[in-house]
Design a protein around this ligand. Structure first.
Ligand code: UN1
Length: 513
């Protein structure tokens, strides 16, 4: 069926998969505590994984600490060379990995392949970066003094990733951490551990071929409890976590309580503004990809559409034409654009949100059904929903991780639309469609969008890896991936060197005996 068994074989995913891997060594296979992983696409059992115990965790940390002692001494460009090899291997396995992402998580193959491409892209980025971990030099206020800063490896980096991007978001973190001289400990979502197992096999090959120490890249498969353990662990100076705001608040609190560093990439409630000057042909395409792509399960998914009343009916009609025609079905079946939700819990959240928003006065325009019948036996496929709503509705204020698009009308100037766009607790991604430069610039100004990502004539999702990715407010404030996001993976040191025969004090202080 879709050649999945062969894909698993080529990727080294077995019937029973161990609970952890310290780079070269896999362990915990005999652990009695195992979990079967079923595909949301057809309900088939794919394989099972063992879950880490507290002792396994301890072993992984010790191996990681040991590996760090070696890895931090490898010159950064040489570390980049290892990442280059990882990138090449990912290219080799792109098709298989993309398929497994699609089958285990449920996104369509095009998006599965796109996710692997993000991994390849961040590898390339990290390779270049490995020669550009620059600090600044400053002019000392004292004569014959030199002042500069340098970035040193930080240590162990914990990476907690979510089911919706089961490998790409890990790679943003792990590849940057690797060139920065850190070792990483990855806790993939317990809903999608198999593609993590597959990726770890690829990493293992590269480590073996280069005779590198065990434990530069580690994986632990477990539930929230093991994530909480890592968050509390002072041996892990940085914990990067992607997922819900609820999860992030917990992780952030625990990491904060020990004054560790947390990089949080949490929920979004992303809006597209359509002004009266929007090019609707491109706008509607962006809205569709943003709202129903990945079945509404991206943190960047378009959840709100803020539409000027002069074009409201036109936009509504265009969406009402498109929504019923969406090809929904098995994500490995070419032509389908919408796959299943991750599980039936997610379907319940979808249904519940639709009930609640209607109780608040929202109007369901189309969609909202849970599909049944041939091909939909799992109960995980839903018809994406369009709802007329008000921004202040409780339901609209929440992130429901499912394909629900709220249509919100505005009648005044672009400032009114921007206020609506900013009028939620989350602050990840945002966009405006307009051909009017005053509107576009107002949206990008200090008084404009309050999000970490703000686009013009591009949707909210599908960011490139070259920019810093993340958002403000309840999105958690972290930045991953491109730009200078690497800095959080290193410790900064300011160095002042006196090459004179005097000891002048800064600020001109006199302190002579
Ligand atoms: C996520 O959903 O957690 O911008 C990440 C995007 C993708 C990454 C999404 N490049 O939609």
């Amino acid at each position: 069926h879709h050649g999945i068994r062969q894909v698993l074989g080529r990727l080294g995913v077995q019937e029973q998969n161990p609970a952890f891997s310290t780079g070269l060594q896999w362990g915990g296979a005999t652990n009695a505590n195992t979990r079967a992983i079923h595909s949301p696409t057809d309900g088939q059992r794919i394989a099972s994984v063992a879950l880490v115990t507290a002792e396994d965790y301890e072993q992984v940390i010790l191996k990681a600490q040991e590996a760090f002692k070696t890895w931090r001494q490898v010159p950064a460009p040489k570390r980049g060379e290892i990442v280059r090899q990882i990138g090449n291997k990912l290219r080799e396995y792109k098709e298989d990995l993309g398929k497994l992402v699609s089958y285990e998580m449920g996104k369509i193959l095009q998006e599965g392949l796109g996710e692997v491409q993000e991994m390849i892209d961040i590898c390339d980025f990290a390779v270049g970066l490995s020669r550009q971990l620059h600090g600044l030099t400053m002019h000392s206020e004292r004569p014959a003094h030199r002042m500069y800063e340098q970035y040193h490896p930080l240590g162990l980096v914990g990476i907690i990733s979510a089911f919706n991007f089961p490998v790409a978001v890990w790679s943003w973190n792990a590849m940057l951490a690797a060139v920065c001289g850190d070792v990483s400990i990855w806790k993939p979502s317990e809903k999608t551990p198999l593609v993590a197992v597959a990726v770890q096999h690829i990493i293992k090959d590269v480590l073996t071929e280069n005779e590198l120490p065990e434990g530069i890249f580690n994986v632990i498969i477990g539930d929230a409890e093991i994530g909480a353990k890592m968050a509390a662990d002072t041996r892990v100076p940085l914990v990067s976590a992607t997922g819900s705001t609820r999860m992030g608040k917990k992780v952030g609190e625990v990491v904060g309580a020990r004054l560790g560093k947390a990089l949080l990439e949490l929920g979004g409630n992303n809006a597209i503004i359509l002004t009266e000057h929007a090019d609707l042909d491109i706008a509607i395409r962006a809205v569709l990809f943003g709202a129903v792509g990945t079945a509404g399960q991206r943190c960047t998914t378009t959840r709100r559409l803020i539409i000027h009343d002069s074009i409201y009916e036109d936009v509504k009609q265009r969406l009402l034409n498109a929504y019923p025609k969406l090809p929904i079905g098995h994500p490995l079946q070419e032509g389908n654009l919408v796959g299943p939700l991750i599980d039936t819990d997610a379907v319940q959240s979808f249904t519940k949100a639709l009930q609640e928003v209607q109780a608040e006065g929202g109007k369901l325009l189309t969609g909202g059904e849970v599909l049944s019948g041939s091909g939909y036996e799992t109960g995980t496929y839903v018809q994406p929903a369009l709802v007329e709503a008000k921004n202040e509705y409780h339901t609209v204020q929440e992130e429901t991780f499912a394909p629900i698009l709220y249509l919100i009308k505005y009648s005044g100037s672009v400032e009114e639309a921007i206020d609506l766009q900013n009028g939620v607790r989350q602050g990840l991604s945002s966009s405006i469609f307009t051909l009017n430069m005053r509107e576009a610039e107002a949206f990008l100004a200090a008084t404009g969008s309050d999000c970490g990502i703000a686009n013009v004539n591009i949707g909210t999702s599908g960011a490139e890896i070259g920019g810093a990715f993340g958002g403000e407010k309840e999105t958690g404030g972290g930045r991953e991936s491109g730009s200078d996001a690497w800095k959080i993976y290193m410790r900064r040191q300011t160095n002042t060197i006196n090459y004179s025969t005097q000891l002048p004090l800064a600020q001109g202080i006199k302190f002579d005996i």
